[in-house]
Design a protein around this ligand. Structure first.
Ligand code: DLL
Length: 439
C-alpha cells in the first residue's frame, strides 16, 4: 500500500490545513445563513433564535445557536418552503428513496448540480477511479440520487458510464462482459446477488474486467465488505450520502479504505449526543448532523440525519485533512433500509389503514432471503371481510402489494391473517421485528 499512488481531484482543497478548512466552513455557513433567511421556512425560525443576518455568526462555534432541521421540517416545507432562489433557477429535483405521502425533496440550480457532480467525481477519484474506467451504475435511476447523482459525477471524472439502473441481473452480467466493465455501483446486498448470478450463469473470472465496486445506501459491516471482495476478487469502497445532502459522496473512502473522508469544505459535520445535542467526545458514537455548504437553491442547516457514527481520530495515510467517519452502526429512528430503499413502518401503516377490509393490527418482519433483504407484512382482515371467500382475500392481497409497490417502491410478502390472530401488545405496540443479522 505504501508504494501505491495517491490520486487527488483537488489536492490543495483535499489536503488543506484544518485552519483553512475551518475558514471555508465559516464563510460557507455565513452564506448559508443569509440564504436561509430568504426562505419562507427558515426565516421565522432564525429570527426567533436571534439570528437576523450572517453578521450574527462570527465563529464556527456560533453554529450552536442555529436551530436543527429534521425530515419532518422538510415535509412541512414541501414543496417550495425551502427554496432560496427564483424557481426558474432550479434545474433538478430529487427525493429520498421510498418516500410516500409528503416526500422529502431537494432542488438544485445548475451551479449546485455542478458542485454535486464535482463532489462525486472527487470521491471516485479518491477511491482510485479514473477516466479509463467503464462504470456500470446498478442503482435505481429516477428521483433516487444513487442513479443520476452518481452518474453525473462519474461522467465528470471522464469515465464511460453505463446507466443500467437496478435489477435485471442477467442483462447486467451481459453488459459487464461485453463492455469490459471495470467498476460497478450497487448496494452491498445486490453485489452478493450479482455474485450468485455470476456463478449460476457459469461466468469465469477472466470473462469480466471488474476491479472495484462502490457500495452504499444501506448499512453493512466490514465482514460483509471482505466477503464481497473475496467472492468477486475486487476492492469494495464504502460511500455515504443521503438525498437531502445531494446524494452519494458526502463521505467516501480513499484508497486506504480506513473510514470515509467527509468533504468538509462542502459540509459542516457534527457528531452529537442525540439526547443532549452536545458534541460527543472525539471518537465516540453519536448522531451525524450535517449542514450543506455547496447548495444555493435549498439550504439545510444542522440537519439531523438520524445516522449513528463516530469520527476516526488521527490523520489518514493519504494525507487528506478532511475527517473520516467510521462505518455506520445504525439509526436513532425506526427507519428500515430494505435493499437500499428507505422504509418507515408508518408508511406501511398508511397504506394498510386506507385500504377497506384491513384491520388495524399489523406486524412487519425484515429478514435475509439469500443475499437480499425480504420484507413480510402481516395484517389482519376485518371480521366482515373474513366471512368472504378466498378470491376476495386474494384480491385484497394483490391490491395491497401493488399499493406498496406504487407508493413505497417495495414489494413485501403480504400475509393476510384472520381477525384477532396477531399478538396485541400491552403498552407500546411492537410492530417491527428486524431479524437480519446485526453482524
Ligand atoms: O441512499 C444516497 C446514496 C446512494 C448513498 C448511493 C450511497 C450510495 P437516501 O435514499 O436518502 O439516499 O438514504 C439515505 O441511507 O441516511 C443512511 O441511513 C443510509 N446510508 C446511505 N449510505 C450508507 C452507508 C441514499 N454507506 C440513508 N452506510 C442514510 C450505511 C448508509 N448507511
Amino acid at each position: 500500500m505504501a508504494t501505491r499512488e495517491i490520486p487527488f481531484r483537488d489536492r490543495r482543497i483535499e489536503t488543506a490545513p484544518r485552519a483553512v478548512i475551518e475558514w471555508m466552513q465559516l464563510d460557507g455557513l455565513r452564506r448559508q445563513i443569509d440564504n436561509a433567511l430568504k426562505t419562507e421556512y427558515y426565516r421565522p425560525k432564525l429570527l426567533a433564535a436571534g439570528i437576523t443576518s450572517s453578521d450574527d455568526i462570527k465563529t464556527l462555534d456560533d453554529i450552536r445557536r442555529v436551530p436543527f432541521t429534521t425530515k419532518g421540517d422538510l415535509r412541512e416545507a414541501y414543496p417550495f418552503g425551502l427554496l432560496a432562489v427564483p424557481k426558474s433557477d432550479v434545474v433538478r429535483v430529487h427525493a429520498s428513496s421510498g418516500t410516500t405521502g409528503t416526500p422529502t425533496v431537494i432542488y438544485l440550480t445548475q451551479r449546485d448540480l455542478d458542485l454535486a457532480s464535482d463532489t462525486m467525481a472527487r470521491s471516485l477519484t479518491a477511491a482510485g477511479g479514473n477516466k479509463n474506467d467503464i462504470i456500470q451504475n446498478m442503482m435505481t435511476y429516477g428521483l433516487f440520487t444513487g442513479g443520476l447523482g452518481f452518474h453525473y459525477g462519474a461522467e465528470l471524472m471522464g469515465a464511460m458510464v453505463i446507466p443500467t439502473s437496478s435489477g435485471n441481473t442477467l442483462r447486467q452480467l451481459k453488459f459487464m462482459k461485453d463492455f469490459g466493465t471495470t467498476m460497478v455501483h450497487a448496494t452491498p446486498s445486490y453485489l452478493l446477488h450479482l455474485h450468485a448470478a455470476i456463478e449460476a450463469e457459469g461466468y469465469r473470472r477472466d470473462d469480466l474486467k471488474l476491479r472495484m465496486a462502490i457500495t452504499g445506501a444501506e448499512p453493512h459491516s466490514e465482514e460483509l465488505r471482505r466477503k464481497i471482495e473475496e467472492k468477486l476478487g475486487i476492492e469494495v469502497y464504502n460511500c455515504y450520502g443521503m438525498s437531502e445532502m445531494n446524494g452519494p459522496g458526502v463521505a467516501f473512502e480513499c484508497v486506504f479504505r480506513a473510514g470515509m473522508h467527509a468533504w468538509e469544505d462542502r459540509y459542516i459535520v457534527e457528531i452529537l449526543d442525540p439526547e443532549t445535542f452536545e458534541p460527543v467526545p472525539e471518537g465516540e458514537i453519536g448522531e451525524l448532523v450535517l449542514t450543506i455548504l455547496c447548495r444555493d437553491a435549498m439550504p439545510l442547516l444542522r440537519y439531523r440525519t438520524r445516522d449513528l457514527t463516530r469520527f476516526i481520530p488521527g490523520p489518514c495515510a493519504c494525507g487528506r485533512t478532511h475527517r473520516r467517519l467510521a462505518r455506520f452502526t445504525g439509526r436513532t429512528d425506526d427507519m428500515l433500509i430494505i435493499n437500499g430503499v428507505n422504509v418507515f413502518p408508518s408508511q406501511i401503516e398508511e397504506v394498510l389503514l386506507k385500504t377497506k377490509g384491513v384491520g388495524a393490527n399489523y406486524f412487519i418482519i425484515a429478514e435475509k432471503s439469500g443475499d437480499l433483504d425480504k420484507l413480510t407484512v402481516q395484517v389482519e382482515i376485518t371480521p366482515e371481510m373474513f366471512a368472504d371467500d378466498a378470491r376476495v382475500i386474494n384480491a385484497l392481497r394483490d391490491r395491497l402489494k401493488s399499493e406498496m409497490s406504487a407508493l413505497i417502491t417495495i414489494n413485501p410478502v403480504m400475509e393476510i391473517k384472520q381477525p384477532g390472530s396477531l399478538p396485541v401488545s400491552e403498552g407500546k405496540a411492537k410492530r417491527v421485528d428486524d431479524r437480519r443479522p446485526k453482524d
